[in-house]
Design a protein around this ligand. Sequence first.
Ligand code: CA
Length: 223
Amino acid sequence: MKILLVEDEERLASFIRKGISAEGYEVEVAYDGRAGLDLFRREIYDLIILDVNLPQINGFELCRLIRSENETIPVLMLTALDSLADKSDGFNAGADDYLAKPFEFQELLLRLRALTRRSGSRPKQILRLADLELNLDTKTVTRAGKRIDLTTREYALIEYLMLNKGKIISRVDISERVWSLNFDTNSNVIDVYISYLRKKIDKDFSPRLLHTIVGMGYVLRED
Ligand code: CA
């Protein structure tokens, strides 16, 4: 069970991280809204804990952005603003639950357990395209049953393409989502990684899955 915690108060973040790690959850912390959004887009989490008052992107806005990309991930909002209006802002933004600071740690745990139970025992997260399989839990890729060894960056790239299979993904999308930065337009880093991936997932197999759409980007699809 992997949790993303977005909280700018470092002492509180550290307190929560230690406490819920001790309960067996894996926790990653972002200290501002922008970093939280980047992590959310790069990794797969089971639950997100969001503070409301955050630098860069506030918690409500971040919650809205997360919801626009993932409708099901449970989101628990933390805030010192314990007014009814703030609560309804949180729910309008798509939060599943709301906890006012200061809170007892046990209360946080109860909410986490309730939310993760509600989201149910997740089916194994496997993405498939033809005979290409990607397991989001173990971060492994196989084609025709054969394990394909990828570097971390190659994996991030194929995972992003698989999550968007059938859609044309621009180089800008890839540089933002997979590298978290904008390359200048002359950089050929992405082309290089696409060609690495092609060698590994397409060269010895058929049909070809990874296509270049000239002037637009890349797409994973069967034709
Ligand atoms: Ca804060």
